[in-house]
Design a protein around this ligand. Structure first.
Ligand code: EPZ
Length: 419
């Protein structure tokens, strides 16, 4: 089991090139299942979630090869339609493969993904939409056993909630369905646009991603495609926060500014000086962060739920009290108890967190509770006095490529130890 040992208090400064987006790479890897050919995915981050996806693709019959930041997937000879429990449990977001496998094979079988640290994570929106496309789904014994009598047929789908995963699943299932599918109240996240671009470069016909209405005209088949994954906006926010919390200065390269606007607003409110130029942003931190007045998480283009733990960590060391409201997930505050072990003053009441900034944090032993909560603990450890030991960092490795190397290059005293 590895842990991160952090001697805090170092001022971070330097340059970071942001990795590819995990939440874009995963649905794009699912889309390769639809392609009768070889796909080349550039800027594909080296993450445990990506490794888990590759294992599933290989189980299905794909041939995958990594060349640096590029992943090559040959999906000509897919022969399986099931995802074994062991692989499904490694990564609950494998549910996004359901639409693609069903469309390619006419069959799909996987166990229900179940909940995670963030809450029950239901998939009712996925299931009801795929049924509307003609997928017959038997949900007994904790499994999703799916088949199509003929082929999937395009239809109109109204999502009760703009679910990111459900929107992606529908696009993947509809890309080679017969006829047109229109998704109303679709999620608008940038990762959905990236998926649309990949599918269209593979011969698909999708439009409207990034708006609330996505239109998919089914084509007979997709061929392999070459694609570069967009930068990870949450990882970008994380490294900006590392500099912001240590009175530092950072030049972040390879960002998409429109994807970050809702987050950068609060960095400015907290006293950071930002200069955005083309695909980079320069952040200079103040001597002391100011509080943010109130943040409410919302679907895109609102403030992203995944950046919540990052901004809450920043607020622990700011002047005054900040109010944070989590509106997307039921249970996204597990990391708060661990932040309190570092001296943070945070009051919780259902979805609301009130963070009273303190003069300083002090190092302690803490456990990562989930991916972004774990990142928040690392940030707090970087700013705390003394030694912080972060355990259960497998959560962090799901979404951050070489986090200790990136932070070391910025001047942090952080090492990973196998213990
Ligand atoms: C994606 O999860 C991301 N994961 C999440 O990132 C992100 O937090 C989330 O979108 C919101 O932006 C990936 O892309 C792999 P949702 P997803 O479906 O698709 C409810 C990270 O840290 N819901 O938009 O699961 C659900 O319970 C992860 O990288 C239903 O009720 O998010 C939640 O309250 C964490 N029924 C809300 O919608 C459904 O069928 C948002 O879920 C589906 C979702």
């Amino acid at each position: 089991m590895s842990k991160l040992y952090i001697n805090g208090g170092k001022r971070l400064s330097g340059e970071v090139t942001v990795q590819g987006a995990k939440n874009s790479a995963l649905p794009i890897l699912a889309a390769t299942v639809l392609c009768d050919g070889e796909s080349v995915i550039h800027n594909c981050p080296k993450l445990s979630d990506v490794t888990a996806s590759v294992r599933i693709l290989e189980h299905l019959g794909c041939i995958c090869k990594r060349e640096g930041d590029t992943l090559i997937v040959d999906s000509r000879n897919i022969s399986c339609f099931d995802i074994p429990d062991s692989l499904m449990r490694e990564m609950r977001s494998s549910i996004v493969l359901l639409g693609a496998i069903s469309a390619r094979m006419g069959r799909a079988k996987l166990c229900s993904p179940g909940g995670c640290e963030l809450g029950p994570r239901p998939i009712d929106l996925h299931v009801s939409a795929l049924k509307k496309l003609g997928l017959i789904i038997d949900e007994s014994y904790g499994c999703l056993d799916c088949k199509t009598n003929d082929c999937l047929k395009g239809t109109e789908i109204h999502l009760a909630f703009p679910s990111v995963g459900a929107t992606e699943n529908i696009i993947l299932a509809a890309a080679t369905a017969k006829g047109r599918t229109v998704i109303h109240n679709a999620a608008r996240e940038p990762e959905i646009c990236d998926l649309q671009n990949f599918i269209n470069s593979a011969g698909g016909c999708v439009c409207g991603a990034g708006t609330g209405t996505v239109v998919i005209d089914g084509v007979s088949k997709l061929h392999g495609a070459e694609h570069t994954v967009i930068p990870d906006r949450i990882v970008a926010a994380t490294y900006l926060a590392a500099a912001a919390m240590t009175r530092g200065k950072i030049l972040l390269k390879n960002i998409e500014q429109p994807h970050l606007i809702s987050v950068l607003t609060y960095f400015s409110e907290m006293g950071c000086v930002l200069q955005v130029k083309n695909k980079s942003v320069l952040l200079e931190a103040p001597q002391k962060l100011s509080r943010f007045f109130e943040i409410q998480t919302m679907v895109y283009p609102g403030f992203p739920t995944d950046a919540g733990p990052i901004l809450v960590a920043m607020a622990t060391l700011s002047n005054g009290s900040s109010m944070f409201v989590e509106n997307i997930f039921e249970n996204r505050y597990n990391y708060v108890g661990e932040l309190r072990r570092l001296g943070a003053k945070i009051k919780l009441a259902d979805r609301v967190a009130v963070i009273d900034g303190v003069e300083r944090l002090s190092g302690a032993r803490v456990d990562s509770t989930d991916l972004r909560g774990g990142a928040a603990l690392v940030l707090a450890g970087l700013a705390a006095d003394g030694l912080t030991v972060v355990d259960k960092i497998h959560h962090i490795d799901r979404g951050y490529e070489n986090i200790e190397n990136v932070l070391t290059n910025l001047g942090a005293d952080i090492v990973r130890k196998e213990v």
